[in-house]
Design a binder for this molecule. Structure first.
Ligand SMILES: [Zn+2]
Length: 751
């Protein structure tokens, strides 16, 4: 229903003919004078006097007589914008800037229009142009701060501080800074900046909304602040929408939805809030309601990226199968549902059982897990959320994640990701969504390796470098590392740090201590108070104790990163030149410097290849088994390992290696499922054999007959006579003359 190739940005129309109407006011070219009339219209709107605001904007449209060219076009631009005639406004701004190229106000206001109409790129360009003409334009810095804030970019603070340095009385900059601080969970700074705005203007509505947000987030009553907003303007929906924004950011989706509804009650035409409402309904799996809200936005011309892409995603759900039982709902793409369902369903049930036991609780309803083979579809689920680039995301009891087929094989371990997300489902439920981001992420990362030490993400070079440079954040500020990274790797470093903090707490105080902390967070205790009451120390002491524990156990590469890098490069060169003895002599030492390095061009692979080339198969196996235990997950390397293990007669080990590939990408190679099925059949693991031969069939093999026959054999061996009969008849239907199947049919019938 959504036409392809929509323009998110405004179409740049040719200049409109100037309007000729009487009654216009005369203006000089001075910015302040020119700005006074639009400012008075905006003030009327801010105070809820919509009728007078509209006639005020209409009067601006009549500006031309006696007004210098640029100023007249500018005023008409403001008038059109106020009346929501965005394309006309855009054309008038363009005209104003052409007529008065040196004017910074016109550029800044044009940028603000584009920012409001989803074109941050061109908006930022206009703000930068204004600053090139006058580097002390506070409104241009504010514009850049707004653009950065949209992307959770760390520079938002830098820009807003520059705006305030240029004009400490810029109310909107104080309000934005307050909201940014609250996004970073810095409540004190948020309150301080909101107060600064209110000291300058008692109608600083967003400052009042920040105060209301602080109260709501702390589970205190926000009514006094909301009443002050309503007193200024009962139709100011943006206030409640700002509260909703902070709730969603704090993982409180249901509460966020309630506040977006409040916002729309006050201001039904607040499309940004309606779009967010739709998005969050979709996140919680309420697709029909979500669609209705998003369609209303779309039809009203509010077509930002999130709205359009979410509508597209809702449409694409027709291509997904929905497989449900009492406790689970799996939404899998039809092209891979047959293959993935048995693996995902088994793992999901295991996760639920493990967490119920571990966290002493049950979930109130089924969990929905959505698995996206197209990463862009998954990305739509995280639009407008910080920490992009994730593999999975949890909204209450709905989990959305990449399918193994969405990524390069070996890039991620889907079962580990699912276990991570399922920890969120339980912890968000247990705390009624009141848990700091660092703790729920840390616990989820910690849980990945509790299932198996091979799971989770092995220490990446980015993290090694951050550790070398001592870039970990104090625990009390760790949330900031997730929401507004200050260097590119900070989000993944923060995941790692939070995970290791939970590892540390478990190793020093025991697993129950983590549950006690969950309890404290559910009671709204802050991180410093939780650490003080549960662990008996101040956060500074905790940081020091944690870091000395952590650093004692890090690989040598943290202190000797450059040495490791150079020795690995030399090893690769030696391998390239077939200097096998040199590779064998040096390989172990390179691995020892950084055993967690299992990524591209790792030393395990080079060393194992050298052993294999010299005919030392058991040494090669030994090295690759180390690789697998260290979390190595290239299906190609694991496939080699399984082949060698089988060749050496190590059937159980070969089967275990092939199982590892299933956790990485069940769609990797049909022949591996066949191989694993045969190994399981030989080991009398019939359910395993049945699952693997079914996977072969789900991958639509060219040789369908033998796959059906294999499956029939596995069913027959397991004693499932009916299913064996169905499978063997399917084989005979495809190839009636297939002798082994005829024989098996007789055996089944003779039984
Ligand atoms: Zn997570």
């Amino acid at each position: 229903m959504i036409p392809p190739g929509l323009l998110y940005a405004l179409t740049l129309l040719p200049l409109l003919a100037p309007m000729r109407a009487p009654g216009a006011v005369a203006f000089g070219a001075n910015n302040e004078q020119v700005q006074a009339a639009p400012a008075s219209c905006l003030k009327l709107r801010k105070h809820g006097d919509e009728a007078r605001a509209r006639s005020c904007f209409e009067s601006l449209l009549r500006s031309d007589q006696g007004v210098p060219g640029g100023a007249a076009a500018y005023l008409r631009a403001e008038g059109s914008w106020g009346l929501e005639h965005y394309q006309e406004a855009n054309a008038e701004f363009r005209s104003a800037v052409t007529l008065a190229p040196a004017n910074t106000l016109y550029r800044v206001r044009w940028g603000r229009l584009l920012h409001e109409r989803f074109n941050n790129k061109d908006a930022a360009g206009l703000f930068a142009e204004a600053l090139a003409r006058d580097p002390r334009t506070p409104q241009a810095y504010l514009g850049l701060a707004l653009v950065s804030a949209d992307g959770y970019d760390d520079r938002a603070f830098e820009w807003v501080n520059k705006a305030l340095a240029a004009d400490p009385r810029l109310v909107e900059a104080h309000e934005l800074k307050a909201s940014l601080a609250l996004e970073d969970s810095d409540t004190e700074q948020a309150a301080r900046e909101a107060d600064a705005a209110l000291a300058l203007a008692d109608d600083a509505l967003d400052a009042l909304a920040v105060h209301a947000s602080i109260e709501v987030l702390a589970d205190r009553a926000p009514e006094a602040w909301l009443a002050r907003i309503a007193h200024v303007n009962p139709h100011y929906g943006r206030g409640a929408a700002l509260v909703a924004h902070h709730l969603v950011l704090n993982l409180r989706y249901e509460d966020g939805i309630a506040y977006y509804r409040k916002a729309l009650e006050a201001e039904p035409r607040l499309w940004a809030a309606r779009s967010e409402l739709g998005l969050n309904l979709m996140r919680l799996g309420r697709d029909a309601e979500a669609r209705a809200e998003l369609v209303r936005c779309y039809e009203a011309g509010y077509r930002n990226e999130a709205t359009v892409n979410s509508l597209r995603l809702l449409d694409s759900y027709a291509n997904f199968a929905r497989l449900a039982d009492d406790t689970t709902v799996l939404r899998l793409h039809k092209k891979e549902a047959d293959l993935l369902y048995p693996y995902f369903h088994a793992e999901l049930e295991r996760d639920i059982a493990d967490y119920e036991r571990k966290y002493h609780m049950k979930l109130p309803g089924p969990v929905q897990v959505e698995v996206y083979p197209d990463h862009e579809d998954f990305a739509v689920r995280t639009l407008g959320m910080p920490g992009l680039g994730a593999l999975g995301v949890t909204f209450g009891s709905v989990v959305a994640m990449d399918s193994p087929s969405a990524r390069k094989p070996g890039e991620f371990h889907w079962a580990s990701t699912l276990r991570h997300e399922m920890s969120h489902v339980f912890i968000l439920t247990a705390t009624h969504h009141r848990v700091p981001r660092w703790f729920t992420e840390g616990l989820a990362v910690h849980e990945e390796t509790q299932s198996s030490p091979e799971w989770g993400d092995p220490l990446t070079p980015d993290i090694v470098v951050a550790l070398r440079d001592k870039k970990l954040l104090p625990v009390a500020e760790l949330d900031r590392g997730f929401v507004r990274p200050q260097y590119p790797a900070q989000v993944i470093v923060s995941y790692y740090q939070a995970g290791r903090i939970c590892d540390y707490i478990q190793s020093r105080w025991g697993a129950d201590k983590l549950l006690e902390m969950v309890q404290s967070f559910a009671e709204r205790l802050s991180t410093p108070r939780t650490i003080s009451e549960r662990l008996g120390m101040r956060t500074e002491e905790f940081d020091a104790a944690f870091q000395s524990w952590l650093y004692a156990d890090l690989p040598p590469a943290v202190a000797h990163f450059e040495e490791w890098r150079q020795r690995l490069a030399r090893l690769a060169a030696q391998a390239e030149q077939q200097q096998l003895d040199a590779v064998i002599k040096e390989g172990g030492a390179v691995i020892g410097l950084y055993p967690q390095y299992v990524y591209d061009g790792n030393a395990y692979e080079l060393l194992a290849a050298a052993h294999a080339a010299k005919g030392d198969q058991s040494d090669a196996i030994h090295v690759l088994e180390q690789y697998a235990r260290a979390g190595g997950r290239s299906p190609r390397i694991l496939e080699d390992l399984a082949r060698m293990q089988e060749h050496q007669g190590e059937r159980a080990a070969a089967a275990a290696t092939l199982e590892r590939i299933n956790y990485i990408d069940p769609g990797y190679d049909e022949t591996l499922h066949r191989k694993l099925g045969q190994l399981w059949l030989a080991e009398k693991n019939y359910p395993g054999a049945i699952r693997e031969f079914s996977a072969v069939l789900a991958l639509r093999p060219l040789d369908r007959v033998s796959a059906e026959f294999d499956l029939a054999q596995a069913y027959f061996a397991s004693g499932a006579r009916e299913q064996a009969l169905d499978a063997v008849l399917a084989a005979l239907e495809t190839a009636p003359g297939y002798r082994p199947a005829q024989k098996l049919l007789l055996q089944i019938k003779g039984q």
